[in-house]
Design a protein around this ligand. Structure first.
Ligand SMILES: [Zn+2]
Length: 60
C-alpha cells in the first residue's frame, strides 16, 4: 500500500504511514508546510471521502 506525498510526489515511508495513517505528506513537506493532519477539508477542495475515492480510481 504505497502512498505518495501530495506536494512533492515522493513515496511516503511506510514507517510514517504506520505512525500517521492519515498523512498525505512526506516528512520534509510536513515540516516545511505543516502537517496535513490538521489541515482543513477546504485545502482539498472536496469531501475527504470523495478525494480518497478519486485517488483510488486514479491508481486502478
Ligand atoms: Zn513531500
Amino acid at each position: 500500500m504505497e502512498r505518495h506525498c501530495e506536494l512533492c510526489g515522493k513515496p511516503i515511508p511506510l514507517e510514517r504511514l504506520d505512525a500517521l495513517p492519515q498523512t498525505r505528506r512526506c516528512v520534509d513537506c510536513a515540516r516545511e508546510n505543516g502537517s496535513d493532519i490538521s489541515a482543513k477539508r477546504v485545502d482539498i477542495g472536496m469531501d475527504l471521502d470523495t478525494y480518497r475515492d478519486l485517488l483510488r480510481a486514479v491508481r486502478s
